[in-house]
Write a protein that binds this ligand. Sequence first.
Ligand SMILES: CC[C@H](C(=O)O)C(=O)SCCNC(=O)CCNC(=O)[C@H](O)C(C)(C)COP(=O)(O)OP(=O)(O)OC[C@H]1O[C@@H](n2cnc3c(N)ncnc32)[C@H](O)[C@@H]1OP(=O)(O)O
Ligand SMILES: [Co+2]
Length: 132
Amino acid sequence: MIGRLNHVALAVPDLDAAAAQYRDALGADVGAPQELPEHGVRVVFITLPNTKIELLHPLGDDSPISGFLAKNPAGGMHHVCYEVDDIAAARDRLVAAGARALGDVKIGAHGKPVLFLHPKDFAGCLIELEEA
Ligand SMILES: CC[C@H](C(=O)O)C(=O)SCCNC(=O)CCNC(=O)[C@H](O)C(C)(C)COP(=O)(O)OP(=O)(O)OC[C@H]1O[C@@H](n2cnc3c(N)ncnc32)[C@H](O)[C@@H]1OP(=O)(O)O
Ligand SMILES: [Co+2]
């Protein structure tokens, strides 16, 4: 069911500083910051030859990642995003198998449908699925 690794997301305490570090120290291809109020985050995508890195910082008072940063004030790996062909079928199959979907399918940063799965159901890793 899951296909390509679409991105690895890192929650960071300072989005501009982290973006500058990837651009200047690591020589990466760093995009411009994007605000995603519907997801409660400000993001910067970094394009690598084989996948992307998504830098995340909370946006607004009830960001879903504020708790994570409170527990990890220096930042840390937040989630991985796998591509699927049919996100509704993937959701139905996973929920039928006992996994918890976090909310329902929404449109993500790439304008594609995305769904999050509870980290406690996948060895402590928050998983995002994106319909390719
Ligand atoms: C979609 C736009 C963009 C894109 O790529 O297109 C994005 O990726 S936006 C990304 C931001 N949005 C989300 O992350 C939505 C899904 N996330 C959530 O709903 C929450 O973050 C949730 C429920 C995973 C955790 O929320 P919170 O930390 O407030 O809840 P708890 O404190 O109750 O945490 C429960 C339990 O899970 C552990 N936890 C929390 N976050 C993570 C994580 N990223 N990876 C692994 N584990 C995580 C937390 O420590 C708690 O564990 P416990 O042992 O009970 O302490
Ligand atoms: Co993501």
